[in-house]
Design a protein. Structure first.
Lengths: 263, 260
């Protein structure tokens, strides 16, 4: 009986998961359908790019800087012990550019941007602002959703590149303080070990990260439940679902990139 | 309620040949909960029709069906002779320019100033507005109608509840609609502000020559502005008539609405 109850509960959860996944896929389909159809909301797109991209710069910058500092501080003693200190720029460069930079920046943005979009659209839904838009003859999906998803998709790669650059500079600062390596030497060694095949997959997957953050945040907010509880849940689940989706996209991206490396 | 405005427009003065909204046999269920159960309504040109019902009676659901924000399970909703549910999105958007909708909570866009809120409905309807319209003039004219020209550059968060309701009313006027739908226009307001809103509604009706459908449970509001009243009970139009007729009814269900 207990097992039956368990499987019943699992069945319901599975059904709910699959239904939600289907709904998000339909939402994404609607996005592609609306995104290429006029009229285009250019002014709103620029405003959202400013709010989402530019306003996230300080957080991404500080996180990137600390990421570079801590990563170098933690790994340096081990490399010194093995006499491999000269590998430090290459190791830090490849790690940050390929993996840590995009994933950490995307997770930070999922928290800041994803929850912000979820809460904003959720409260607009609850206070009937989305209905008011619709009644005034403006397509709220195009105005609110399409602009935000495009803004996150376009700005996240830029934030990742800036976060990476600031992280690498943080790493150099530690190396410079602890050792005596010059700025030019440190970055020369680093760039010699980096290839386009490191930079391109990371940049491409950043577009997907941005798309996922915008898509899930908008979906959760646009279809938020009623009341303040609904808004809270929309904001919270936007972050949780996006974070899991980011790791999944990262996993797929690494697998695909690996296939290309092998060719 | 003493509003100071001549509200005694008899229903007999309304031209019943021209209906602007016709609802027939409208049904709407939420799960097992039957909200509308064959509701019927006709709004005539120039008329102010008030639909009264208890909270949760389905008034908001009904009014949202009129503008296509919700779809009925079955039945017919015609606005200016056009069946709402069978309209394409573009046609529905065009039809909506002739309908103003005042939301219960005002529904002003939080992230925009009052001016931007008022300009918002104009951004996609150049065809209706014509080439020679001046957005700034329109905004100021609408704000003047509600007596809030000085609030043009304020944010909604800086406005009181009554001011928000007035700005929302001004926003409905931007496209000069032929019908205005009011969803609980006086709810949540103090009696004095509620009276001001009622006066504004009456002035707007006169100035813009609109037809109005008001849903409310505020009987003072119903008495002050209605040409005709529909009582919505159990998802149907339980009773229909002028305020005076209905208030004199002996039916206990109706008396419950009218006795103080």
């Amino acid at each position: 009986m207990k097992d039956m109850f368990k499987s019943f509960s699992f069945g319901i959860r599975l059904k709910k998961f699959l239904t939600n996944t289907g709904d998000v896929a339909l939402f994404a389909g609607r996005f592609f359908n609306e995104a290429f159809k006029p009229p285009f909301e250019f002014n709103e797109l620029i405003k959202q790019s400013y709010l989402i991209g530019y306003k996230s710069l300080p957080l991404v910058g500080i996180t990137g800087f600390i990421m570079g500092l801590v990563f170098t501080l933690q790994s340096r003693p081990t490399l010194v012990e093995f006499g491999a200190e000269s590998w430090m720029p290459s190791m830090v460069g490849i790690s940050i550019v390929r993996e840590i930079g995009p994933v950490i920046t995307a997770l930070i943005c999922a928290g800041k941007i994803g929850s912000g979009i979820g809460a904003e659209l959720g409260s607009m839904r609850v206070t009937e602002q989305i209905d008011a838009m619709e009644v005034s003859g403006t397509n709220p999906f195009k105005f609110l959703v399409v602009t935000r998803i495009i803004a996150t998709t376009l700005t996240l790669p830029v934030l990742v590149i800036l976060g990476d650059a600031i992280g690498l500079y943080g790493s150099y600062l530690v190396e410079n303080i602890k050792g005596s390596v010059s700025f030019r030497l440190y970055f020369n060694v680093m760039f010699e070990s980096l290839n386009y095949s490191d930079l391109m997959p990371a940049t491409i997957k950043s577009f997907f990260f941005g798309f996922a953050i915008g898509l899930v945040g908008c979906y959760k907010g646009y279809y938020s439940g009623t009341g303040t509880v609904g808004v809270g849940q929309a904001s919270n689940s936007a972050v949780v679902v996006t974070s899991m989706l980011l790791f999944f996209i990262d996993f797929i991206a690494v697998l695909v990139a690996d296939i290309f490396y092998d060719l | 309620m003493e509003t100071g405005v001549d509200t005694d427009i008899a229903f007999s003065q309304i031209n019943t040949d021209n209906s602007v909204i016709e609802v027939r046999n409208l049904y709407k269920n939420f799960g097992g909960n039957k909200v509308l159960n064959g509701f019927e309504l006709t709004l005539y040109e120039g008329e102010t029709l008030v639909v009264v019902g208890k909270s949760g009676a389905g008034k908001t659901v009904m009014i949202k069906c009129l503008v296509g924000l919700m779809a009925g399970d079955s039945g017919s909703v015609k606005v200016f002779g056009k069946e709402i549910q069978s309209l394409e999105q573009d046609d529905l958007d065009e039809l909506r320019t002739d309908i103003g909708f005042l939301f219960q909570g005002s529904a002003l866009y939080d992230s925009m100033t009052v001016r931007e809120n008022l300009e918002f409905p104009m951004r996609r309807h150049f065809k209706k507005l014509g080439n020679d319209y001046n957005p700034n003039e329109r905004v100021l004219e609408a704000l003047e109608s509600v007596g809030l020209v000085h609030a043009v550059d304020l944010m909604p968060s800086e406005l009181s509840g009554g001011m928000k309701r007035r700005i929302a009313l001004a926003r409905t006027l931007m496209l000069k609609p032929k019908i205005i739908l009011y969803d609980e226009p006086t709810s949540g307001l103090d009696p004095i502000t509620a009276k001001e809103i009622i006066l504004l509604m009456m002035n707007i009706q006169k100035k813009y020559n609109t037809s109005s459908l008001v849903i409310t449970h505020d009987m003072d509001c119903a008495r002050a502005i209605s040409n005709r009243v529909i009582i919505l009970i159990d998802g149907i139009n339980y009773a229909e008539g002028t305020y005076k007729e209905l208030s004199q009814s002996k039916d206990p269900k109706l008396q419950a609405f009218f006795k103080k």
